[in-house]
Design a protein around this ligand. Sequence first.
Ligand SMILES: Nc1ncnc2c1ncn2[C@@H]1O[C@H](COP(=O)(O)OP(=O)(O)OP(=O)(O)O)[C@@H](O)[C@H]1O
Ligand SMILES: [Mg+2]
Length: 353
Amino acid sequence: MKIRFDKMTVAFKEVVAVNQLDLEIPEGELVCLLGPSGCGKSTTLFALAGLYKPTSGKILFNEQDVSGLPPEKRGIGLVFQNYALYAHMTVEQNILFPLENRRVPKDEARKRALKAAQLCKIDGLLKRKPSQLSGGQQQRVAIARALVKNPTILLLDEPLSNLDARLRIEMREEIRRIQQATKVTTIFVTHDQEEAMSISDRLVVMKDGVLQQSASPQDMYNHPANLFVAKFLGNPPINIVEGSVKGGKIYVADQHIADKEIRDCEHAYIGIRPEGFKIAETAEDKKRGFKVKIDYCEVLGRDTTLHFNLGGVPVRAIVISEGNIKSGDEVTIVVRRHCLHVFDGETEVAINE
Ligand SMILES: Nc1ncnc2c1ncn2[C@@H]1O[C@H](COP(=O)(O)OP(=O)(O)OP(=O)(O)O)[C@@H](O)[C@H]1O
Ligand SMILES: [Mg+2]
């Protein structure tokens, strides 16, 4: 099902949880809704599910306004952070539960439950109670229960936050696999950017109820729309230093560090990803680059992290381990063009070529 938000606002008295959201989610995509605590992620999901009513604006499924449709008529499967399984029921009874009030014949219901259980790889656990399952298995039951209704939209609100790090990685890959097998349009809420980048077709970043950017993970990483998005994606994070742009030249504290064909800007934030620095090798590199003193150098197998100062700000560069750079050395550094981002100092919006 294709989803479209049309200037949707959800307000609780004076708190505007979601502010004029304009967003389209194509059919069959896995979308991660990402942002800091309180930015409106859950509210957006609850409005989609029909649990909250938009204060203004609309929600459309395949271009049909569903704003007035009750939750049970929306064809949505929902999975929450605390899977909320029924402790007194078996796994099978838990999965069957959503079908109970739907007049699905018993045989048919059991077939569908088995199919959902197989998809989630818990068909060997049907007779167990939730207390006899691991966290990851409980999460699979919750997903199977959401899928048994054959939803056209699957909503997952931080479904992995109760799991340990290793299981989280395993389960996020499982969610991707299940989503690709069912092709159900899925919205996955998380505040873990790495998790979001690794599984989604599209990222949607929100801040204070306002949509910041919607794009594929790679596009968003390479072309962040503003300073907030640039800082939000990437680990280790992007380096940010204050500087200026004049005549296509980028300056940090009077030091010309790179060129970019963009408009002049007296006060700008210059963002450079850690992998965006290179040690100058060729004569041309050396002419183009600038000198820095390495404060500290960490060799970590394949990569080396260099720490140095840029315009009085400590920055971090990740380069391939080769040569023999030591702490205290002076080296010439070049900035890779596609890893350099410039943001207006007042609006914090990206200045593009
Ligand atoms: N029922 C409610 N009544 C009043 N305010 C609410 C209600 N639900 C959410 N809010 C407020 O709306 C804002 C957005 O909340 P929401 O739960 O959507 O955030 P979130 O992005 O899901 O955060 P988290 O990552 O912590 O789950 C917050 O400021 C929150 O306090
Ligand atoms: Mg939430």
